[in-house]
Ligand binder design. Structure first.
Ligand code: UDP
Ligand code: MG
Length: 327
């Protein structure tokens, strides 16, 4: 790419008052080295602390720091989706507010973009997260990799660079359940990656609670894979086969009761067998219903067609030109 091109940085912020001053300082210093036009869009995801006030003050001092503020907490993936919607750069970089995606690495992403790649994903070489989170994330990403036909890298997070062509495609995707890592892979284009060490949070506490991380994992799984439905079918088939062999065995036990008694398999009263069978079948049916429910719930969310977010305030964003996605 001949001209340096405008860079948009998207920073979702949920109750990040502790980390924002460090972010302003660190990202500001790095941005000053880019020798390209840039905008930083902070998305206040309905924070209840002073995040909004800090973003407002930052924008007053440096208008290249834009912000949008949600009317309530809509979640990280929606905050990033809003950032993508309002970005005007030739490329967009998505980073976390807590400096776990080090701003220094953006230069490496830009290098790859200028070399002609349209999607550059930052892959975590080393993560400094709590051990339980590391183990769960490891298990989930490997499971997702097996279950979806899309080539999703297990160690890729949301830290990435997207060319404006990719951003336009992502913005045009109508779905409300937005697992951005999956949508990014789905878009295609020329994709590459860089590796980086993920440091610990610069300040404050993690905003991704276990519940939110679990919801994200479920979104990833059920929005990008139909394999759970197949598992439900297999569960049904296996339990039917098991029941069939149970019937044959019981009949044989009745007919050849003396022979079975000799080898210690005399017919019993049957009560435990009935209870176990009922519990087993009940379990299988509930699992299958749950799997179906996950998909139906998602269809329900899609057909309601509510807007993805509601804005409370913004600065530096052309709201006339950038109308939120139609309901
Ligand atoms: N975040 C958000 N909305 C939420 C939860 C988190 O915008 O509901 C933001 C948060 O402010 C941070 C990023 O998402 O910039 C990642 O969150 P966090 O650092 O808590 O996640 P972790 O690094 O532990 O996965
Ligand atoms: Mg973090």
């Amino acid at each position: 790419m001949a001209s340096p091109g405008k860079i948009s940085i998207i920073v979702p912020c949920f109750n990040e008052e502790a980390v924002l001053p460090v972010l302003f300082q660190n990202l500001g210093e790095v941005a000053a080295t880019w020798s390209a036009e840039y905008e930083i869009i902070c998305v206040d995801d309905g924070s209840s602390d002073r995040t909004w006030e800090l973003l407002k003050a930052k924008n007053a001092g440096d208008p290249r720091w834009h912000y949008v503020s949600f009317a309530r907490n809509f979640g990280h993936q929606i905050a990033v989706s809003a950032g993508l919607h309002f970005a005007t750069g030739d490329c967009v970089v998505i980073i976390d507010a807590d400096l776990q995606d080090p701003p220094d690495e953006i230069a490496h992403l830009l290098e790859k973009w200028r070399a002609g790649f349209e999607v550059v994903i930052a892959i975590r070489r080393e993560r400094h997260d709590p051990p339980v989170k590391k183990i769960l994330a490891w298990g989930f990403y490997r499971l997702l990799e097996k279950m979806t036909p899309l080539p999703m890298s297990p160690d890729a997070g949301d830290f990435c660079l997207l060319d404006k062509k990719v951003v336009a495609v992502m913005n045009s995707l109508p779905e409300r359940s937005r697992y951005l890592r999956g949508l990014r892979t789905w878009c295609g284009f020329r994709q590459t990656s860089i590796e980086f060490d993920r440091p610990a949070r610069a300040a404050g506490v993690a905003r991704y609670t276990f519940k939110k991380s679990f919801a994200l994992a479920m979104d990833g799984l059920f929005s990008f894979s139909a394999t759970p439905l197949r598992i439900a079918t297999y569960l049904g088939l296996w339990s039917s086969a098991f029941a069939f062999f149970g019937v044959v065995f019981t009949l044989a036990q009745k007919i050849f009761s003396t022979q079975f008694s000799k080898i210690g398999l005399a017919p019993g009263a049957g009560f435990p067998t009935i209870v176990i069978s009922i519990l087993f079948l009940g379990g299988v049916q509930l699992i299958c219903l749950g799997i179906l429910g996950e998909y139906i719930g998602r269809i329900y969310e899609e057909v309601k067609g509510r807007p993805l977010w509601v804005l409370r305030d913004s600065a530096g964003i052309n709201l006339q030109e950038k109308k939120p996605p139609a309901a």
